[in-house]
Write a protein that binds this ligand. Structure first.
Ligand code: NAP
Ligand code: MG
Length: 732
């Protein structure tokens, strides 16, 4: 029964993968001295594609099972949630490297193609986190990060007087307004059926197993209303002469949001699609993949030049668009996964409500967030900043988060329960007795989605909220909207399970997201902390929003997932895989990725290992790392943004230096101190040489032999350019 305890460090994608090539050798060398095994598993996009076709181990499947055992101790770095264009690019790269993976079937016609498509659908979008997150989420800015931010505050800019920046969201007929929800009394297997107006029964999902106490809800985005809303928003942006910007979550909500994105592209380029829609569709150029994919495909079309001219005319005559990169001509409507609401909205607010136009100049924006479930949060922050001025990072408190996410709770818009409705009719969720639990009238093209939240995760989440409130003394606010059907069911559970805990002396409340935002901001301005206890989506959104306003980035977060089965999943920061950082590395051999999230994750992971393996020296490593990280912050060793400063690799060297010094200096474990003393001396003596070698490597393009599947040797060479540092580690 005894499974050997070990720490599993994940290989993922993009910037965190690059950073791993530099940081993991340090971790493994240090951990080995204390007898702590640190092994890797590759759950990057390329490896997951290969695994679907039996060409690599199914590491994700293995870790998903491990996460349900008390021995789990996994450090999870951010990975790509692949959009279709990214998936296709990864497939092309793998094929070019000789891997026998099939092309992505755009419109599967045969059984074999449908099978291939089903495999690819498993790696698309947010495919990793729901598998690993067998626990709820505890995310906060550690004290050392808040202290650093107070001493070195970033700038939250003020909105101009009379700023026209505002949020546009639907008032009805959207996911929030149409939501219906039930809590199941007993275990059952449900099904989802569309009965069409012309009398056909289309099974959308044959088997949906549910457990007693599980909340199931269903809702629909009525596309006719969505299109009217978008047309209205475009007209409003034009009339107010502000930038039109669309903010979705096409990665996590991988079925629904690319479709909504496509409607926005079609609304903006209505004349283009009226004139050329059939030709574009026949060529497989879909608005859902974005303007960028359409433009890229035009050269191959007989009419391509004319279509391009019409697109240019639409851009010239339509409302001004926000640009992701005006130098490169990349608009807000180019790629569905370029603008992600949880990162884009806080960045816009931090920047005084401005985005960039075609000319690279800043301007106010109409931030279009079609579904109204959470849009009010951003409007509340904008209102607050407009009324009271920007938040001052040197003075404000904190809004940590306890988020519901275990066992794929509230995975809205993803997975296998979201459908673009093929015919007018009614969608019903039926129980095994054939009774209708939930029902919506639908029209062709509507986006219907169901979602689940099991009872055990909800209980665990409530317990975690109480535990954090107890540990910190801060008020805990459940961000729940009693006018939403799903939230009303959750509120019943909160009211039922809270009394099972000792809450004497604790301040625990339930507020709607808009009120909770205003309440938390008021406290934040007084320097006070308020725990936001949220569902899965706001977990994601709030852990970018508040960190970005408080400490300038979501990268420096402690992100713990206490697994329900007893193990630990340690996520690194709250950000993603930072594709822009890879571009910079390739262009100028400079990686601005900040690995603080990895440092923070490693501390509780080592502590958990100490407990799992009965190995107190792992605690010594953890304590030393914790102190080293504080020194690292005090000495401002995080990567800069520009060439010629300490980058990711340099930051790893300084962490290694401070960590070795702490280990050499501690007296809890004299053997470990003796083992590290020579290394600490050597790194201290060679600091200048190593720092110079690392700086000298910067400033020219590099080749790592791939993007989704970079060459390990080339990448290691790029990410470990200091011969002196490498020799010190190798001989350690
Ligand atoms: P992102 O990766 O968080 O990057 C947005 C920006 O945040 C970066 O350009 C960077 O800003 C900053 N950033 C994030 N982490 C950072 C770090 N450790 N150090 C320094 N800066 C950091 O968000 P995204 O571009 O929306 O998403 C990219 C990919 O990551 C997508 O495929 C997305 O689905 C995925 N994602 C994964 C997870 C996860 O696995 N847990 C979470 C979120 C997103 P600057 O450019 O200013 O340096
Ligand atoms: Mg997020």
């Amino acid at each position: 029964m005894s499974e050997q305890a070990q720490i599993i460090y994940t290989h993922t994608d993009e910037a965190p993968l690059l950073a791993t090539y530099s940081f993991l050798p340090i971790v493994q060398a240090y951990a080995a001295k204390a007898g702590v095994p640190v092994v890797t598993r590759d759950i990057g996009l390329a490896a997951r594609i290969l695994a679907q076709f039996g060409l690599a181990d199914d590491a994700l499947g293995e870790l998903g099972e491990l996460a349900q055992r008390p021995t789990a101790n996994i450090i999870k770095l951010p990975n790509i949630s692949a959009s279709v264009p990214q998936l296709k690019a990864a497939i092309a790269e793998l094929r070019a490297k000789g891997h026998a993976v099939p092309d992505y079937p755009e419109a599967p016609g045969t059984d074999a193609e449908r099978e291939t498509r089903a495999r690819y659908d498993k790696v698309k979008g947010s495919a990793v986190n729901p598998v690993l997150r067998e626990g709820n989420s505890d995310r906060r800015a550690p004290g050392s990060v808040k202290a650093y931010a107070k001493a070195h505050p970033h700038r939250n800019r003020s909105f101009d007087p009379g700023s026209k920046t505002t949020v546009a969201t639907m008032s009805d007929h959207d996911f929030r307004a149409n939501e219906k929800s039930v809590t199941l009394a007993a275990d059952d297997t449900l099904s989802i059926v569309l009965e069409t107006t012309d009398g056909r029964q289309i099974t959308l999902k044959a088997e949906l197993p549910v457990l007693a106490g599980e909340i199931v809800d269903a809702t629909v985005m009525q596309v006719a209303h969505l299109r009217a809303f978008l047309i209205n928003a475009l007209a409003r942006a034009k009339a107010e002469d502000v930038l039109f910007s669309l903010h979705l979550k096409a990665t996590m909500m991988k079925i629904s949001d690319p479709i909504i994105f496509g409607h926005a592209v079609e609304a903006y380029f209505a004349d283009v699609f009226a004139a050329h829609g059939e030709e574009l569709a026949a060529a497989g150029l879909s608005a859902n993949d974005g303007l960028g994919a359409i433009l890229a495909g035009l050269d191959a079309l007989p009419n391509g030049a004319a279509i391009r001219a019409d697109i240019d005319a639409a851009l010239a005559g339509g409302p001004r668009l926000a640009y992701v990169n005006s130098d490169a001509g990349i608009t807000n409507l180019h790629v569905p996964s370029d603008v992600i609401v949880d990162a884009s909205m806080p960045a816009m607010i931090r920047g005084g409500g401005k985005l960039w136009g075609v000319d690279g100049a800043e301007a106010d924006t109409l931030a279009v967030i079609p579904d109204s479930s959470y849009a009010a949060v951003y409007q509340a922050v904008i209102d607050d900043v407009k009324a009271r001025g920007p938040l001052d990072p040197a003075a404000i408190g904190s809004v940590p988060n306890v988020g519901l996410m275990a066992q794929a709770a509230e995975e809205y818009g993803s997975h296998d329960k979201t459908f673009e409705i093929p015919a007018d009719g009614a969608v019903r969720v039926l129980n095994s007795a054939g009774e209708t639990l939930l029902e919506h009238d639908v029209e062709t093209g509507d986006i219907w989605r169901a979602c689940q939240a099991k009872d055990i995760p909800v209980r665990d989440w409530i317990a975690l909220a109480v535990a954090r409130a107890r540990a910190t003394g801060a008020p805990a606010v459940f961000w729940l909207d009693d006018s939403r059907a799903h939230d009303a069911e959750i509120i019943k559970k909160v009211n039922a399970y809270l009394p099972e805990h000792d809450t004497t002396g604790l301040d625990i409340q339930i507020l709607s997201p808009a009120l909770a935002t205003a309440y938390s901001l008021a406290r934040l301005r007084r320097g006070e902390d308020t725990i936001s206890v949220t569902g899965n989506v706001l977990r994601d959104y709030n852990t970018d929003l508040f960190p970005i306003l408080e400490v300038g980035t979501s990268a420096k977060m402690l992100s713990i997932v206490p697994l329900i089965a007893g193990g630990g999943l340690f996520e690194t920061g709250a950000g993603g895989s930072a594709p822009k950082h890879v571009q910079q590395l390739l262009a100028e051999n400079y990686l601005r990725w900040d690995s603080l999230g990895e440092f923070f994750a490693l501390v509780p992971s080592l502590q958990m290992y100490a407990e799992q393996a009965g190995a107190p020296s792992a605690n010594v490593l953890a304590d030393a790392l914790d102190r080293a990280t504080a020194t690292f912050l005090e000495n401002d060793r995080s990567p800069g943004r520009r060439l010629g400063t300490t980058d990711n690799r340099g930051s790893h060297f300084y962490l290694a230096l401070y960590w070795a010094q702490e280990l050499a200096a501690q007296d809890t474990d004299p053997a470990l101190a003796a083992a590290f003393a020579p290394l600490a001396d050597r790194l201290t003596a060679d600091e200048r040489t190593i720092a110079d070698e690392l700086l000298a490597a910067q400033g020219h393009p590099v080749d790592i032999g791939g993007y989704y599947s970079p060459d390990p040797d080339k990448t290691a060479a790029v990410m470990r350019p200091s011969a002196t540092f490498n020799a010190a580690l190798d001989t350690f």
